[in-house]
Design a protein around this ligand. Structure first.
Ligand SMILES: [Zn+2]
Ligand SMILES: [Zn+2]
Length: 913
């Protein structure tokens, strides 16, 4: 396979792997095509009023103020005298959209929306609004339209403030709620002079939905413990009271109105929501009016939390519900009515189950189809018959409990059929992945080692092989065809065929490899595999726990001790151990940007100056004959720029603290430093350490400007370790008797590429590549979780600009992230050339490492939990997938930075050959 073909195949395979997660994990669980079910008994109410106080925590509503009074006196009196109450448990993600979907449409919104964007309705669904005769709703433009859009016909009406005018709540978000209450009142007033509206309002099956965003907005702005948040609850309580009495008047106290007050999600103490903390998942639920139970006095009730005592509600029955299921205990009706309602509920869900099963059955060959055993056709009929019989015999409790069993089974079955293909698709993708990785390993062995004998060509055998695989492919395609699978399934299932064909074609390489492995002592080869597996696990874990990097670095610190290197070069090994431990501190520190520490940044600047002074003096002392004044001048400029950066950081933050803004002079210096830092290293000599040091100085001056705390030290320690690494690799090479040990001090990058004769790969090169990947990951997670953008503090770009400009800020932050990478990549470039490795073979090893990691993350992709968890699991996968491409780019940049030298044209330079 030629290089372009290889690269193309690699890209194709990775694109398919990447896209596959959306077909495997993020598909819609919704079912369409059921017939609506109705209870045979008449409903107790004609209309429902639904108040959703967005972002209202259960405890904020129920608890008493310090003086023992409730901040929601009307709602408190409702739950004490007329209605039922409890805690409604929401699911993660605790966001407004899925919260409202669960309340109004009765299902947990599916994560397939992840792949389709959030704004519009990503999937079609039915809702209580759509099933109503008329629905009128008031509130935020972010929530209301999504239920109106899904509704068929013209019977769901929305009244929203415009998104821009949401600003009127800027001073006091409670105005968003008074807007809603006022509009509801004037709407009902206007109906008195509008006959059509009046009669519409008096129809049966009417829903009024009041979405109250004020509490959520105040919670984000001022946190739930603030006066604003609590004051807003008081306002909502008053509003609810007024609306309730206005409606009772309007309908002449007909007792046909049911009221529900709840919230879509809670809020953490620090004013956020989305995840699964109890403060986010516990929301209040108060219901009263038509068909709703009166308060039930109880002597004692048991709950694991202490809320009842805190809220002084021990003697009023608390009825907890899960968002989305029918809570029978809230109903004030005959046991017969409850049993019938439950039966209808069960039949509805069973209907969904049946449709889902039929769909799956139709697209699966009958002999391959494994039905959901616990709910077979006969079992369904049996359960339904029994329930009917119980209802006829007036054994309502038994009927209800049977219905509950049926519902649970049907829900289980729904999820069974929803994830039916997941195993088979996942295996297919894993097959492809493993095949591809195996193929890359074979390519490495074949082209970069001397393990294999000359390839023998057996034309006949390879043709048979080709036909064999083509046949297998045809059979797979045929099976997919008769099951009418979507076209993407063909890609996932057929991809492993050519990949494995390529693997099996290299059978002789596998044989040679097996022979070689068997010739090694068993302990040695097993130990090698074990270390490889362990190393990759450490890398995978570091994506979740940064502290894993510290463990890895400690193991690295032990490397010279367990090998011969310690005896060979004591001082270098000692420095290596020290720096490994020092670098290991960084992943243990909190994520950057939490606590600005400008003195530390300034100290780092001074330390850098000190180091460069000592290096300069040692250079002068050694009287390097290759040095000339020009080169000294370049280093002097770089030191000057470090000094300036240090000054700018300190003066900018001083001036910002005194509210004097960013001085123009500082801004000019910052931008000049940024530009010059990319050019200055190219003017410095190309001797290994001088060039690397020059790159460090230049990047350091920019990095200082972008630092706000301890992270300023990170590139310095990292580069220290990189310098030692280059030396250590030389020593390690000597240990294997591979090298003539070129003198590192006079090693020149610019001659490296043409003289170099690449050697064959050795087992130790696997370790080298692993070190590289590990250092890259350390550069990534060393000072924060770069995978989540909000771990960034805008304060870090204040030396460059203070006006908000997402594009510029983003660019600068990316630069800050990239600088440690460049340092690692340049060091690795040095390791490559001094150990005579070809970068191609090395990248193949890196490809293998990152593919094995990607396979890990493939199985760790989450389709449940908060958006943050889901997003992180996807971004890990994408990150690892793009790791190789990213490292190739970095390698190119490193080659450019290390080998290119700009000559100032006005001087005639004498080449020091
Ligand atoms: Zn919300
Ligand atoms: Zn919110």
């Amino acid at each position: 396979m030629g290089i372009p073909v290889f690269v193309f195949a690699g890209l194709l395979v990775h694109c398919v792997f990447l896209a596959s997660i959306f077909d495997i994990y993020f598909t819609s669980p919704l079912v369409h095509g059921m017939t609506p079910q109705q209870t045979p008994l008449p409903p107790p109410g004609k209309r429902l009023v639904l108040f959703v106080a967005d972002g209202l925590r259960a405890d904020s509503l129920y608890e008493l103020d310090s003086n023992g009074t409730s901040r929601a006196p009307f709602l408190r009196s409702i739950l004490e005298n007329t209605g039922s109450w409890g805690i409604s448990h929401t699911r993660v993600p605790t966001e407004s959209r899925p919260g409202h979907v669960a309340l109004i449409a009765g299902f947990y919104e599916d994560v397939s929306a992840v792949a389709k964007g959030w704004k519009e309705n990503p999937v079609e669904f039915d809702s209580i609004f759509n099933e109503s005769k008329y629905t009128w709703s008031w509130g935020s433009p972010d929530i209301l339209p999504m239920f109106a859009k899904g509704a068929s016909g013209d019977h769901v009406y929305t009244f929203c403030y415009t998104a821009e005018s949401e600003d009127f709540g800027a001073q006091d978000a409670a105005k968003l709620d008074t807007w809603v209450f006022d509009h509801v009142k004037s709407f009902f007033n206007s109906s008195r002079s509008n006959q059509t509206l009046y009669s519409a309002l008096n129809e049966e099956k009417v829903v009024l939905f009041l979405h109250l965003l004020g509490i959520d907005t105040n919670g984000h702005a001022h946190r739930p413990n603030s006066r604003e948040y609590k004051e807003n609850i008081r306002k909502v309580d008053e509003g609810v009271k007024e609306i309730a009495s206005m409606l009772e008047n309007f309908y002449g106290n007909d007792g046909k109105t049911a009221f529900i007050l709840t919230s879509d999600h809670g809020m953490t103490d620090w004013g956020s929501h989305g995840a699964g903390h109890p403060s986010e998942t516990l929301t209040p639920l108060i219901a009263w009016g038509a068909g709703v139970n009166y308060p039930q006095r109880v002597a004692s009730q048991f709950f694991e939390d202490n809320f009842l005592k805190e809220w002084k509600l021990e003697n009023l029955k608390r009825l907890d519900v899960n968002q989305g299921t029918l809570p029978l205990e809230y109903l004030n009706n005959s046991a017969h009515f409850k049993a019938e309602s439950m039966f209808t509920n069960a039949v509805q869900i069973l209907e969904q189950f049946k449709v889902k099963m039929t769909q799956k059955k139709e697209t699966t060959l009958s002999f391959l189809f494994t039905p959901f055993k616990p709910l077979s056709d006969s079992e369904q009929i049996n359960l339904l018959k029994k329930t009917r019989l119980y209802i006829q015999q007036e054994k309502y409790d038994e009927a209800v409990s049977l219905c509950k069993t049926l519902i649970n089974l049907a829900l289980e079955g729904l999820s069974y059929y929803h994830t039916y293909d997941r195993l088979f698709l996942g295996l297919s993708i894993a097959m492809g992945f493993v095949g591809w990785t195996a193929y890359v390993i074979l390519v490495i062995i074949k082209t970069h080692t001397n393990l294999t004998k000359a390839a023998q060509s057996h034309d006949k055998e390879s043709t048979i092989l080709l036909y064999g695989f083509a046949f297998v492919g045809l059979i797979i395609a045929f099976f997919l065809l008769i099951q009418t699978c979507p076209w993407t399934y063909y890609v996932y299932c057929l991809l492993p065929v050519p990949v494995w064909y390529a693997v099996v074609k290299e059978l002789h390489v596998i044989q040679d490899l097996a022979a070689y492995l068997l010739s090694l002592p068993v302990g040695q080869s097993m130990g090698f595999l074990l270390i490889c597996a362990l190393g990759i696990e450490i890398l995978v874990f570091s994506f979740f726990y940064r502290s894993t990097l510290t463990i890895g670095l400690l193991v690295f610190a032990g490397w010279p001790v367990i090998t011969q290197l310690w005896v060979q070069a004591k001082t270098t090994a000692l420095i290596w151990i020290l720096l490994c431990m020092l670098l290991g501190i960084f992943p243990l520190m909190p994520v950057v940007g939490r606590e600005p520490n400008i003195p530390l940044v300034i100290a780092t600047g001074l330390l850098t100056l000190l180091i460069s002074c000592s290096s300069l003096s040692s250079l002068c002392k050694s009287k390097n004959k290759y040095m000339n004044n020009e080169d000294l001048k370049v280093q002097f400029y770089q030191m000057l720029s470090i000094a300036l950066s240090t000054y700018v950081v300190s003066s900018t933050h001083d001036s910002l603290q005194n509210k004097q803004g960013l001085p123009v002079f500082n801004q000019i210096i910052s931008w000049t430093t940024l530009v010059s830092s990319s050019v200055l290293p190219l003017l410095s000599p190309t001797f290994l350490f001088q060039r690397l040091f020059s790159i460090l100085l230049s990047l350091m001056s920019t990095y200082l400007l972008l630092s706000t705390g301890y992270e300023a030290l990170f590139p310095l320690v990292l580069s220290g370790l990189m310098f030692v690494w280059i030396n250590m690799e030389q020593e390690a090479l000597q240990q294997y008797g591979l090298s003539l040990k070129p003198k590192l001090a006079v090693f020149n990058f610019s001659y490296a590429t043409d003289i170099m004769q690449f050697r064959q790969l050795h087992l130790d090169d696997v370790r080298r590549s692993f070190f590289f990947v590990f250092f890259i990951v350390t550069a990534f997670f060393g000072t924060g979780n770069i995978a989540s953008v909000n771990s960034f503090d805008p304060a870090s770009v204040y030396c460059f600009l203070t006006v908000f400009s997402p594009f510029m800020m983003g660019g600068l932050l990316v630069l800050k992230v990239v600088i440690p990478f460049v340092l690692v990549s340049c060091a690795f470039e040095a390791v490559q050339v001094t150990t005579q490795l070809s970068s191609k073979s090395l990248f193949l090893i890196v490809l293998v490492i990152s593919d094995i990691m990607a396979l890990h993350f493939f199985f760790l992709v989450k389709d449940y939990g908060s958006w943050l968890d889901i997003g992180a699991s996807i971004s890990h996968y994408v990150l690892v997938m793009s790791l190789t491409i990213f490292m190739m780019l970095m390698n190119g940049l490193a080659q450019l930075l290390t080998t290119k030298k700009l000559e100032l044209s006005r001087k005639t330079k004498h080449h020091s050959t």
